[in-house]
Design a binder for this molecule. Structure first.
Ligand code: C2E
Ligand code: MG
Ligand code: MG
Ligand code: MG
Length: 283
């Protein structure tokens, strides 16, 4: 379509592409050094139980303090890291950092929480994942049940037999596993029941319009029922309003995560929040 708009339009397109490629190449080379320069940092977003109104978990979310661009969200660099293979190193760094942080909170006597870490497909497919996770837990001094690994549907559906084996080894280790962004990918329900997983995280895209769109409301209800039918916990992502919260609670959702309760926080802010017992914003 760009060609048909005439030569000027086409050149504009090329210029835009060039700029995009330049940014990519520069991001890529900066990203290679981000780890050694200690430019990566973690924020933690609380996950709240509907039954107790308490923070029961936190999700570690990686940020990049880029020297020129400032704080860069993972959406801008995780895809590049995945293509270049840097993601494995980044995910291992996140795992180490999150476990060390959780162990610190535990040592400080803060209320117990489970820390969730997002795992890329590439790391999930690496040999000896459970062994590596165990080494990280040992090093941090964190009990396995305090760690949850978040993987996506495509990660487990990529190679079902291999995924089953990895999931069993993680189960044996004693860490929890959740399926992230659930409902957005392709997963065969008949396989889902055979995976030893613990949590379904209902994707934000269904939660956003749950009050306005009857289809989304039906989907969310069905996903909660599916989770419970498979003996899994249902967690809703991206909860921003009291109406969404009320809907989710009325439909038996176990936990919620989202801006309504809290955005992702720096470790000190999260620790402060954990020390405050009253979570009065929830009803
Ligand atoms: P995710 O795992 O589904 O994480 C939830 C995302 O939703 C986070 O975005 C979080 O900030 C955002 N969010 C939470 N509550 C709300 C809400 O109420 N409204 C809206 N609009 N957004 C909300 P973030 O931090 O930008 O992360 C984006 C994605 O990047 C994550 O999605 C995850 O897939 C990936 N990611 C983050 N950290 C890591 C990591 O350490 N390793 C890997 N492999 N991926 C990561
Ligand atoms: Mg996640
Ligand atoms: Mg998610
Ligand atoms: Mg999501």
């Amino acid at each position: 379509a760009a060609r048909q708009d005439g030569p000027g339009r086409y050149r504009f397109h090329t210029w835009e592409m060039e700029r995009a490629i330049r940014e990519r190449v520069s991001m890529e080379s900066f990203l290679r050094h981000a780890l050694e320069r200690q430019e990566l940092a973690l924020q933690y977003q609380p996950r709240v139980s509907m039954a107790s109104n308490e923070i029961v978990g936190v999700e570690a979310l990686v940020r990049w303090r880029h020297p020129a661009l400032g704080l860069v969200a993972p959406g801008r660099f995780i895809p590049i890291a995945e293509e270049t293979g840097l993601i494995e190193e980044i995910d291992m760094w996140v795992l180490n950092e999150a476990c060390a942080c959780a162990a610190r909170w535990q040592a400080q006597g803060l209320p117990p929480v489970r820390v969730s870490v997002n795992l890329s497909a590439r790391l999930f497919q690496q040999d000896g994942l459970a062994r590596r996770v165990r080494a990280v837990l040992d090093e941090a001094g964190l009990p396995p049940y305090r760690l949850e690994l978040e993987i996506t549907e495509s990660t487990v559906m990529h190679d079902i037999r291999a995924a089953q084996m990895v999931l069993h080894s993680l189960k044996q280790l004693g860490v929890a596993v959740s399926i992230d962004d659930f409902g957005t990918g392709y997963s065969s329900l008949s396989y889902l029941k055979r995976f030893p997983i613990d949590v379904l995280k209902i994707d934000r895209s269904f939660v956003t319009d749950v009050m306005a769109d009857p289809n989304d409301a039906a989907i969310v209800r069905a996903l909660i029922a599916l989770a419970h039918g498979l003996d899994l916990e249902a967690v809703a992502e991206g909860v921003e309003t009291i109406d969404q919260l009320t809907f989710l609670k009325a439909n038996g959702c176990d936990e919620i995560q989202g801006y309504y309760y809290s955005p992702p926080l720096w470790p000190e802010q999260l620790a402060l929040m954990l020390t405050k017992k009253e979570h009065s914003s929830l009803h």
